[in-house]
Write a protein that binds this ligand. Structure first.
Ligand SMILES: C[C@H](O)CC(=O)C(=O)O
Ligand SMILES: [Mn+2]
Length: 342
C-alpha cells in the first residue's frame, strides 16, 4: 500500500452511534467516551444527534439529552481532540451551527444526499466564516454514478469545503465501486478526500483500505462498531490494521482497545453485529438509520421489516423521507389483506 500522508481518523460513535442507541446518550457517557478518545489521541470526535444538529424530533427520534449539552461536555474533557458536528441543511440551521461554534466545536461536516450538494453552499460558507474546518459529506454515495459524484464534490469544493467525503450510508458499496469513486475524486479535486463506511455487507474495513489505497486520508470509524445499522469501520480494529500496514494514525492502539472494551461496550444493549435487517439494508441500498423505524413499523403492521426495507430501496427513498417508512409498511400490509383478483 503506497501512502505518504498521515491518516486522520474521525471517531463517529458519539454521533452515528446515536442511531444505534435511539439517541439516548447521557452527559456522563459522552464525557467518559470523549475523554478516553482524547487520551488515545484520536484527532476528531463527532458529537451530535445521529441525524446531525437539531435532529432531535419525533421524525428522527428524540434525544434524551440536548446535543448542545453533549457537545459542551465533550469539549470540556478534550485536551487535543477537535470536536466536530454534523449538519444536514434543512434539519440543522445556521443558528445551530453558530451555537456549536460558540461551544468550541472546530469542524462542521455539512451532509447532503449525493445529488444535492447545492444545498450545502450557505452552510459551508458559514462554517468557514466561523473559522471552522468545513467538510462536505456526500451521503448515499452508492446512489450516484461516478461522474455525478465528482460533479457534486466539485460543487462542495467550490463552496469552500476543506475536505469532501464519500459516504457509504447504507454500507452498499462494493470494493471496486469505492476504488473508482475515490480515484475519480482524487483526479478531479484539489482537496483531501475522506471515506465513511458502514458494515452492512461486512465490507467496511475492506472498503476503507481500498479508499486509503486510492489516496483517501480522512477516515471515519466507530469504536466497537457503534454506528447506525451494522456500524461503521471499527476504529480500534482499523488502528491495528493500519499499524500492521505501516500507516501512521498517531492513535494509541492499547488505549483504544481498552476504552472499546471498558467504556463503550457497556453502552451497547446488544453487541453490534450484522443482523438480517442490517444485511438487507446493505443489500437493498437503503439508508442505515431506517432500521429502527422499519422494525417499529414492521411490528405495528405485523409484517417483515425486510419487505419494508427492500421496497424503500426500490423506491430510492432518501434520508429525510423517514415518514415514508410507515406509509410503505401500511401499503404492504394492505396489499396482503386485499383478496387476489381473479
Ligand atoms: C445522517 C446520517 O446518519 C449521516 C451518516 O452518517 C451517513 O449517511 O452514513
Ligand atoms: Mn453513517
Amino acid at each position: 500500500m503506497t501512502q505518504d500522508k498521515r491518516i486522520l481518523i474521525t471517531e463517529v460513535a458519539l454521533r452515528d452511534g446515536s442511531h444505534a442507541i435511539a439517541h439516548q446518550y447521557t452527559v456522563d457517557q459522552v464525557s467518559k467516551v470523549a475523554k478516553a478518545l482524547d487520551e488515545a489521541n484520536i484527532p476528531y470526535i463527532e458529537v451530535s444527534h445521529g441525524d446531525g444538529l437539531a435532529g432531535s424530533s419525533l421524525q428522527y427520534g428524540l434525544s434524551r439529552t440536548h446535543e448542545l449539552e453533549l457537545i459542551e461536555a465533550a469539549v470540556a474533557v478534550c485536551r487535543q481532540a477537535r470536536i466536530a458536528v454534523l449538519l444536514l441543511p434543512g434539519i440543522g440551521t445556521m443558528e445551530e451551527l453558530r451555537q456549536a461554534a460558540n461551544l468550541g466545536v472546530k469542524m462542521a461536516r455539512i451532509a447532503t444526499h449525493v445529488t444535492e450538494a447545492d444545498v450545502s453552499a450557505q452552510h459551508i460558507a458559514l462554517t468557514k466564516e466561523l473559522g471552522l474546518e468545513a467538510v462536505g459529506f456526500l451521503m448515499m454515495s452508492h446512489m450516484a454514478p461516478v461522474e455525478k459524484l465528482v460533479e457534486q464534490a466539485k460543487l462542495m469544493e467550490s463552496y469552500g469545503a476543506d475536505t469532501v467525503y464519500v459516504v457509504d450510508s447504507a454500507g452498499a458499496l462494493l470494493p471496486h465501486e469505492v476504488k473508482e469513486r475515490i480515484r475519480a475524486l482524487r483526479q478531479h479535486l484539489g482537496i483531501p478526500i475522506g471515506f465513511h463506511a458502514h458494515n452492512n455487507l461486512s465490507l467496511a474495513m475492506a472498503n476503507t483500505l481500498v479508499a486509503i489505497e486510492e489516496g483517501a486520508t480522512r477516515i471515519d470509524g466507530s469504536v466497537r462498531c457503534l454506528g447506525a445499522g451494522a456500524g461503521n469501520t471499527q476504529t480500534e480494529v482499523l488502528i491495528a490494521v493500519l499499524e500492521r500496514l505501516g500507516l501512521s494514525t498517531g492513535v494509541d492502539l492499547y488505549k483504544m482497545m481498552d476504552l472499546a472494551e471498558e467504556i463503550v461496550a457497556p453502552i451497547l444493549q446488544v453487541p453490534q453485529e450484522i443482523t438480517r435487517d442490517s444485511l438487507v439494508m446493505g443489500y437493498a441500498g437503503v439508508y442505515s438509520s431506517f432500521l429502527l423505524h422499519a422494525k417499529r413499523a414492521a411490528q405495528k403492521f405485523n409484517i417483515d421489516s425486510r419487505d419494508i426495507l427492500i421496497e424503500l430501496g426500490r423506491r430510492k427513498v432518501v434520508g429525510g423521507q423517514e415518514d415514508m417508512i410507515v406509509d410503505v409498511a401500511a401499503e404492504i400490509a394492505k396489499s396482503r389483506q386485499e383478496p387476489a383478483v381473479r
